[in-house]
Design a protein around this ligand. Structure first.
Ligand code: NAP
Length: 242
């Protein structure tokens, strides 16, 4: 059986992606870091709409936790594999660079970039061995394309994720594993709730923040059979903000 693993699936964009993939008939592994209750709620929502889901708690930036969780899952599911991987977990720790604490630099790079590496490296062997291939979608950001002041750590991490997406896409293409990145602008989630939305939405040509479900639709498309020839791409979803 083919499963989807969504990192940071407990809230925000990850939650919406879990729901979307479940609606597509895919069994979802909902990853979370600390908020187990929010992850339980995602699982319950999937089950009550007729889908199936399991929880998989680990910190994507902790190599030991990642390998224990995925290793245990693979042992208990010898005939199954993760065919859809959405590397969505991410954090923001914004400040101007001249006063950025070293910890805030490392933690953002750790969750976004080390997290991508630790999880993807483990999931790839089974994905590449199966005839039906797989889909990897990395949650980048407009910040990783244009750079945002106050976010040198976040912009660097997301730009690196985009580079890794393009490189990995070429490594896996012959095995029918596509690797793409999604680059959202401002989307309404916990991550953006402390931002001055009234000010910022004036910058967006569509005049509003995006909804998590709008991003989830794009991720769902990239995971579908319809997207079988799209790989190594970065697709913006930003209401016209560049
Ligand atoms: P959010 O509402 O803050 O949710 C973050 C999610 O990531 C939560 O499920 C959280 O788990 C999980 N997470 C955080 N650190 C983790 C770790 N070390 N290991 C595993 N899971 C971890 O954020 P969001 O807005 O949905 O953002 C999701 C992704 O989209 C991020 O990569 C973000 O950079 C990107 N993005 C967001 C926007 C936006 O405007 N919202 C724009 C561009 C890109 P817990 O519930 O356990 O804490």
């Amino acid at each position: 059986m083919k499963y989807a693993l969504v990192t940071g699936g407990s809230r925000g964009l990850g939650r919406a992606v879990c729901m979307k993939l479940s609606q597509m008939g895919i069994t979802v592994l909902v990853n979370y870091n600390s908020n187990r209750q929010a992850a339980e709620e995602v699982k319950d929502a999937i089950l009550s709409s007729g889908g199936s889901a399991e929880l998989m708690g680990f910190d994507v930036g902790d190599e030991r936790q990642v390998s224990e969780a995925i290793g245990a899952w693979e042992q208990s599911h010898p005939d199954d594999y993760i065919a859809y991987l959405v590397n969505n977990a991410g954090i923001r720790r914004d400040s101007l660079m001249f006063m950025m604490p070293e910890d805030d630099w490392h933690s953002v790079i750790n969750v976004t970039l080390d997290g991508f590496f630790y999880v993807t490296r483990l999931v790839l062997p089974r994905m590449m061995m199966r005839r039906h291939g797989g889909r990897i979608v990395n949650m980048a950001s407009l910040s990783g394309l244009k750079g945002m002041p106050g976010q040198t750590n976040y912009s660097a991490a997301k730009a690196a994720l985009i580079g890794a997406t393009k490189a990995l896409a070429q490594e896996t293409a012959s095995r029918n594993v596509t690797v793409n990145a999604v680059a959202p602008g401002f989307i309404e989630t916990d991550m953006t709730k402390d931002l001055p939305q009234d000010e910022l939405k004036k910058l967006v040509p569509m005049g509003r923040f995006g909804r998590p479900e709008e991003v989830a639709s794009l991720v769902g498309f990239l995971c579908s059979d319809e997207a079988s020839y799209i790989t190594g791409e970065v697709i913006g979803i930003n209401g016209g903000l560049y």
